[in-house]
Design a protein around this ligand. Structure first.
Ligand SMILES: [Fe+2]
Ligand SMILES: [Fe+2]
Length: 322
């Protein structure tokens, strides 16, 4: 290599002073120079082409990189958006759950308050009833013990025919109001119940209608209203005040009718002695299909047979109340 460069230098040294003058034939030196020049031009061309190619390649690579970077950024943006959306969604969800829970708790509180209010109303209602009944029993010849026994008989019959506990309870507390309308009946008529003129009997009938009206329109007294209105109706349609028959009379009133009559017969009243249990039962049995619903009479007879009636009579002792 050292020799070549030395040689070229020698050649250049040799060539330089002998550049052909115009018109002269080219010398060896100028031929070498030309060849060298052409070679240099070729190399330069190749280098140029190479750098153009490289530039193109680089441009292509740069372009691809740009594309990838753009895609990457777009994806990143998308991901960030999704992340934000997801976060927002999660927050919304959490908020919804919180709100839902608060609403549920609020609802539960409201329900509990309503339950308490209902309970209060029920207690108030029942207190009102007992005051009303106290007033009625002061006027009437009946007593608290009569009402208590009627209630117990009614509950026993309702249970025996398979009514649900809730109805049994409702029939029970409603039954004590059967004669509440008598508060309007003049004393002299109430106290001469054993020998009434037809005019007086018309006045007596009115206690059923008055009782129904007195009990207002609250749902709580729905059964009590039916009982007040219908407890003197008869299975055969010969009762009062409307002459309803059979299943036109509510079950509650049909049950109260049996219980009320039985207890009236077997209790001592100012105008009569108490009938024995057997006499009372016989009268009820004879009334089956006439005054009373025969199925209820059957149920009542099974209660007599299993000792329930006797037990109730003992538990609600006459001596304590009458
Ligand atoms: Fe009555
Ligand atoms: Fe009664």
């Amino acid at each position: 290599m050292a020799d070549d460069s030395q040689r070229m230098t020698v050649e250049v040294v040799e060539v330089s002073p002998n550049i052909a003058e115009p018109g002269e034939a080219p010398t060896v030196a100028s031929e070498v120079f030309r060849q060298l020049l052409q070679q240099a031009i070729r190399v330069a061309d190749q280098a140029n082409a190479q750098s153009v190619r490289m530039a193109a390649d680089f441009a292509e690579i740069y372009r691809r990189e740009q594309v990838i970077r753009n895609e990457y950024e777009a994806k990143l943006k998308e991901l960030r958006l999704m992340e934000r959306q997801t976060t927002r969604y999660a927050e919304d969800l959490a908020q919804m759950l919180r709100t839902e829970r608060e609403r549920r708790e609020e609802l539960e509180r409201a329900l509990e308050q309503e339950r308490l209010a209902n309970e209060e109303l029920r207690r108030t209602g029942l207190q009102g009833i007992s005051h009303l009944l106290l007033a009625a029993t002061l006027k009437d010849q009946t007593t608290g013990a009569h009402l208590l026994r009627v209630r117990r008989y009614v509950e026993a019959i309702a249970t025996r025919i398979g009514l649900p506990a809730q109805l049994v309870e409702e029939f029970g507390y409603s039954s004590v109001m059967h004669d509440v309308g008598k508060i309007h009946t003049p004393d002299h008529i109430l106290q001469s119940e054993h020998h009434l003129s037809s005019e007086e009997f018309e006045v007596i009938k009115q206690h059923c209608i008055d009782g129904e009206v007195m009990l207002g329109d609250a749902r709580f007294f729905e059964t009590a209203r039916a009982i007040a209105r219908e407890h003197h109706e008869r299975w055969d349609g010969q009762g009062y005040p409307d002459g309803k028959r059979g299943s036109e009379i509510s079950v509650a009133a049909r049950i109260v009718s049996v219980a009320d009559v039985f207890d009236a017969l077997t209790s001592k009243r100012p105008y009569k002695d108490a009938w024995t249990l057997e006499e009372g039962m016989r009268s009820i049995s004879e009334g089956a299909g006439k005054q009373f619903d025969p199925e209820l009479v059957e149920a009542f007879k099974t209660l007599r047979a299993d000792g329930t009636i006797e037990r109730i009579r003992q538990e609600v002792g006459a001596a304590r109340f009458e």
